[in-house]
Design a binder for this molecule. Structure first.
Ligand code: BDP
Length: 714
């Protein structure tokens, strides 16, 4: 009996580790010819330098080699003999090697790395280098990825630099450890035990981020608590910053605009008030004394009830610039969010952020970057790109994606978000003519901005597997990869993640990659096809709620967004409606305005169409909509079928987890389909077309469902 129990414990812990290890599984390389290729190419490792970062790089190499190849090559401090792997920053390389790498060194920036096979003094060597130690660490992780994904190392010749400066996670973590819109447990940050207790998890978090090039983290919720800025908490923040530093990760905090009142005993937080200005300067000095490389502040102001400069008759520029002055002496930045809309503004909510921010172009201090959500409403399964992208040539704009799946099935649904991210980044704003993609706005190349960045609202919590769903790990991974290179194809991301997380078996990769690539369209289909948006149930946003119409703010009601009536469905943002289309460049405005050219996937975002409107495939809008809902359900079934065939490639724990989660996803996809179609059918008055399954329950039943404890709704 004891034996069985012990066995259970051991097998539980080794299996559970797999989930915990994310994409850094370092599985044994199965292909024997590859193993000998690897072993012949790095008989020993030469590590140059001894900073903490370099030690981390060395440790990573040892772990990687031991796990993947079964032994650790000899570690040396000088280059003798053949087939070394030489690891160290540029300043530690001999002048001959530097000369060899001359043309690559000029190509990379401070965080960029080189991985190159060279022939040096007639001997073959592989060099991993960069201008800084953190760049070397990035190089090491990328090198290990080559081995993890079973690629050849014969002729390595890589020089790769991140295209954006700030690659940052936004944690919506509260000080009581709840996570707003968090579906993977509680916050990682154990404020109670900090600063004295350093959880291994902090180190593992930093390592995972460094492995994908994330270099910043905002520890606290945008709906901010001023207490984080008190000495009691800053001491804890400092402890985290010390853990993250060698991994190249800077710490940032959210600044509650009313902090001078709440913790500073001032009577006002007016950004033009001399005492307020001084208070923030002192606060910045205090923070930088503890954390010299503190990144800066992220601010949500005058948005959804958060305090801001408008409380004092000032504007966003006044607020952002005041904070920018406070952190400028320390090279800090202010990430000022453009997620604003007001219940007092009768205008289409989709137009409000643009209307408010665009006129501020060129008015922000140079260490301010305006953080814009990918779409004009709110992290929906599909939104056209935000019209602010490309429309503020004199202002650096950073992208805000949501990695946590607030509106995409929480951490229960398998949805591969890099596909969504790619769609946005590839969108052409036409603001400087054809080819003015969102990616070019973000990486600064369109308008030559110096300050650039991408933020992702984290999906990480203290669940054993970090993200709730094993496949939600890829959304963290893919976010990091796209922050590094916003031009990366999401299929490559899926491929490398699957290999690093599960298996290099081609049969497994091919089929599972297919369902990942399709998963985003599936969720759009079973939740909000053809441009529908924001019809989730209210507050927690769990499940469908297209009928909700009684909330105090009109633009919080799903009925505001779909506008279904007996004549049809959709939000008319064309010239005959709210005219939101004119916030885009002329070419794009025309495209969306005209039904002939507007992509059908965006129809109901821009147009109110009759139930009988003929779609390109000849179906009426009603039939087309119903068939899309059904297609979404079918796609989930296909995902289940594919997954059920993978048992031989995946450990039983993760196999079963995903299997159970897909069952829930299937149930919920049907719930979405049935609830939405029954509700919209009241207006269309039409039968469901052939091919669409009959609803399993009545509309009244779906409307009666309540979820008072749905997660993430703080
Ligand atoms: C919405 C979330 C809310 C956030 C808000 C934001 O529902 O919890 O506070 O975005 O981004 O989507 O500020």
């Amino acid at each position: 009996m004891r034996f069985v129990f012990l066995f259970f414990l051991i097998s539980f812990s080794t299996l559970a580790q797999k989930d915990y290890k994310l994409w850094l599984q370092y599985n044994k390389v199965a292909n024997s010819s590859l193993v000998s290729e690897y072993k012949n190419n790095f008989k020993s490792i030469v590590v140059l330098g001894n900073s903490e970062t370099i030690k981390i790089a060395e440790k990573e190499l040892k772990t990687g080699f031991l796990d993947m190849l079964g032994n650790i090559p000899e570690i040396k401090s000088d280059i003798k003999g053949e087939c070394n792997l030489i690891v160290g920053s540029q300043s530690n390389l001999s002048s001959q090697i530097k000369t060899e790498l001359q043309s690559d060194l000029v190509k990379i920036n401070d965080e960029g790395f080189i991985i190159k096979s060279i022939s040096f003094k007639n001997k073959r060597q592989i060099i991993i280098t960069g201008k800084t130690d953190v760049a070397v660490l990035y190089g090491v992780f990328n090198f290990l990825k080559i081995v993890q994904t079973n690629k050849s190392v014969q002729n390595l010749n890589i020089a790769d630099s991140p295209k954006t400066n700030i690659r940052i996670l936004n944690h919506w973590d509260n000080l009581d450890r709840t996570v707003e819109r968090g579906y993977a447990g509680f916050s990682l940050w154990n404020w109670q035990k900090l600063p004295d207790f350093i959880d291994q998890r902090y180190i593992d978090y930093a390592r995972a981020n460094a492995s994908i090039g994330i270099n910043g983290t905002v520890l606290t919720n945008v709906n901010a608590n001023a207490l984080i800025l008190t000495p009691q908490y800053l001491e804890k923040v400092e402890a985290l910053a010390n853990v993250f530093r060698p991994y190249g990760i800077k710490v940032y905090l959210t600044a509650r605009f009313s902090a001078p009142i709440e913790i500073g005993n001032l009577k006002t937080a007016d950004p033009k008030d001399a005492q307020v200005i001084q208070w923030w300067k002192n606060k910045a000095t205090e923070i930088y004394k503890r954390i010299p490389d503190f990144g800066g502040f992220l601010v949500k102001a005058n948005s959804e009830g958060q305090p801001g400069p408008q409380n004092y008759g000032r504007n966003h520029v006044d607020g952002a610039n005041m904070l920018a002055d406070a952190v400028a002496p320390f090279s800090g930045v202010i990430m000022w969010r453009a997620f604003v809309y007001s219940e007092h503004d009768a205008n289409d909510r989709a137009k409000q952020a643009y209307a408010e921010f665009q006129p501020y172009d060129g008015k922000f201090k140079e260490n301010v970057i305006v953080q814009v959500k990918n779409g004009a409403i709110d992290f929906q399964p599909r939104e056209p790109f935000h019209p602010l992208f490309g429309a503020m040539p004199k202002t650096p704009l950073m992208m805000e994606f949501q990695i946590t799946q607030e509106y995409l099935g929480f951490s229960t649904h398998l949805v591969f978000l890099p596909k969504l991210f790619q769609e946005v980044l590839e969108s052409d704003t036409y603001q400087k003519g054809k080819g003015s993609t969102v990616a070019k706005v973000i990486d600064g190349t369109l308008y030559q901005n110096k300050l650039t960045g991408i933020a992702g609202v984290a999906n990480i919590g203290n669940d054993l597997n970090w993200t709730g769903h094993p496949f939600a790990q890829v959304n963290w991974y893919g976010f990091g990869r796209l922050a590094w290179n916003p031009y990366l194809d999401s299929e490559i991301i899926a491929d490398e993640w699957l290999r690093s997380t599960f298996s290099n078996d081609e049969n497994f990769i091919k089929t599972v990659k297919n369902i990942m690539m399709e998963s985003r369209e599936a969720v759009v289909n079973y939740m909000t096809p053809l441009g529908l948006h924001h019809i989730m149930d209210t507050g927690h946003h769990y499940g469908p709620g297209p009928w909700v119409s009684d909330l105090s703010r009109p633009e919080w009601n799903p009925t505001y967004y779909h506008k279904a009536d007996k004549n049809g469905i959709g939000f008319d943002r064309s010239k005959s409606g709210t005219n939101a289309v004119t916030q885009y460049a002329t070419e794009v405005a025309k495209l969306f305005d005209n039904l002939e050219t507007c992509p059908e996937k965006d129809f109901l975002w821009f147009h109110h169409l009759s139930w009988d409107y003929k779609l390109k495939n000849g179906q009426t809008l009603w039939n087309g909509l119903a068939l899309k809902y059904q297609e979404g359900v079918n796609q989930v079934r296909e995902m289940q079928d594919v997954w059920n065939e993978t048992e031989k490639y995946v450990d039983s724990e993760r196999f079963n987890e995903v299997k159970m989660l897909l069952e829930i996803q299937h149930k919920e996809a049907k719930w979405w389909r049935d609830a939405c179609l029954l509700y919209f059918q009241q207006f269309s008055g039409k039968e469901l077309p052939a091919g669409v399954e009959k609803p399993t329950q009545t509309l009244e039943y779906f409307k009666s469902l309540k979820f008072p404890f749905a997660p993430g709704n703080g």
